[in-house]
Design a protein around this ligand. Structure first.
Ligand code: NAG
Ligand code: NAG
Ligand code: NAG
Ligand code: NAG
Length: 382
């Protein structure tokens, strides 16, 4: 913007110069934003309407907080550490100050002062130092209570908004520590929510959400609360709390927050040894190592026709906090007549997850009995 006028100077030259000498103009950018640790350029340009003579040029940079931080005086430069003015650039009207490894204390307003012969011009520019927060989640168990802690660290400036939510509803009962200053000048704080989980809390999604001027979008970290003894496993929450009490901090292994979804591993389709009832063939798959608990859908089909859509018949928790499940599908044995018939299973962990499929050829199973044992005529199942 301010550069418009200097561009006209060559045309105006003969009118303005003469005995009065040079006409000094100066332009600074109003502000610069820089991330902690990056290189910032505080922009300042000047124009004297003719080639610059370094012998009559003096440039100073002053910080509102710390006074002069860099200067160039008729060929001699002196700068604070991490600051730099380029002598070559000065000769073409560029007095921008480079700040290396930007630190919190660099935040503030600076003045660019250029003196050329007898003229002096000033311009101000503000450096905004920014550091994006990081989030980590933690939980502590003490007796029947559990505390969910959201640590927000390394942010600057101090203004920020941190919220804990449960199933997208703001948790009114959470407390926020006052910001603690780190050695590098950035801030940390912790949001805590303490409650006594009950069985119906299993699967609840807790979210820590942080808004900060550096972030275009809120920063979000989520947990699905895993309560062993929830409806699916049928065990009582009381037992879980007892285990947690007994194990103390180690209780986290049996009562834990996990952040990552893990898809199930699908076993090969097997025919179970025990046929109950005896005229139905039980096909089974194991789903192993998934998280969080719960399988959205298991779809069994034969000959391309979907027969059953269901949940697995049982769930179990593994030592590493993941879950396993088994699904059994029974088909009247009289329906299995040809070796080329195929049984298929499709499993979807969550409604949005891609299905995982398995397939078995009846000819590979040994379930095709000789006709004389069946005693049932083919007509009866047409
Ligand atoms: C001004 O000089 C700095 C180095 O001091 C350089 O990084 C920057 O690109 C220069 N600006 C322009 C517009 O040439
Ligand atoms: C950074 O500097 C600007 C300009 O001096 C000031 O308004 C602002 O409050 C400073 N930010 C912090 C967090 O100190
Ligand atoms: C502040 O947060 C940072 C990043 O999250 C972490 O590395 C650091 O240890 C925390 N400092 C304190 C004093 O807790
Ligand atoms: C929190 O408080 C607001 C208003 O005060 C209320 O609408 C909301 O339902 C409360 N949330 C919970 C989880 O209680």
């Amino acid at each position: 913007m301010g550069l418009g006028a200097p561009l006209l100077l060559p045309l105006l030259h003969p009118l303005f110069l003469g005995a009065a000498g040079a006409m000094l103009t100066l332009y600074t950018a109003p502000e610069t934003r820089a991330a902690l640790g990056s290189v910032a350029l505080l922009k300042c340009r000047f124009n004297v309407g003719r080639p610059i003579d370094p012998a009559v040029l003096r440039v100073r940079w002053l910080s509102a907080a710390a006074g002069p931080v860099a200067q160039y005086d008729r060929g001699q430069g002196t700068f604070e550490p991490r600051l730099r003015l380029s002598e070559q650039e000065l000769q073409i009207g560029n007095a921008s100050l480079e700040v290396q490894d930007v630190a919190v204390q660099d935040n503030g307003t600076y003045t660019c002062e250029v003196a050329y012969g007898t003229e002096t011009q000033l311009g101000k520019t503000t450096l905004w130092v920014l550091a994006a927060p990081r989030i980590s989640l933690d939980q502590r168990v003490g007796g029947a209570e559990t505390s969910l802690l959201c640590h927000v660290g390394g942010f600057f400036p101090e203004d920020m908004e941190a919220t804990l939510l449960r199933d997208e509803q703001v948790l009114n009962g959470s407390t926020r520590s006052s910001p603690q200053r780190n050695q590098d000048g950035t801030f940390n704080l912790t949001l805590t929510y303490t409650f006594t989980p009950v069985r119906s809390d299993a699967g609840a999604v807790f979210t820590c959400r942080v808004r900060h001027p550096v972030l275009g979008q809120p920063l979000v970290e989520e947990f699905a609360l895993d309560v062993p003894g929830s409806d699916r496993t049928g065990a009582a929450i009381g037992a879980v709390v007892a285990i947690v009490l007994a194990l103390g901090a180690a209780g986290a292994a049996s009562y834990c927050w996990r952040q990552r979804r893990a898809p199930p591993e699908l076993s090969r389709i097997q025919v179970l040894a025990r046929w109950d009832p005896p005229d139905q063939v039980p096909f089974a798959v194991h789903l192993h190592g998934f998280y969080p608990n719960g399988i959205h859908r298991v779809e069994w089909s034969m000959d391309g026709k979907a027969w059953e859509r269901s949940e697995p018949s049982y769930y179990a928790e593994n030592e590493d906090g993941t879950f396993s499940a088994r699904s059994v599908w029974r088909v009247a044995s009289r329906c299995l007549a040809r070796p080329e018939q195929r049984v298929r299973v499709r499993v979807q962990h969550g409604p949005a997850d891609p299905p995982i499929a398995g397939e078995l050829s009846i000819g590979d199973t040994g379930v095709l009995r000789p006709p004389e044992v069946s005693g049932i005529s083919p007509r009866s199942w047409g």
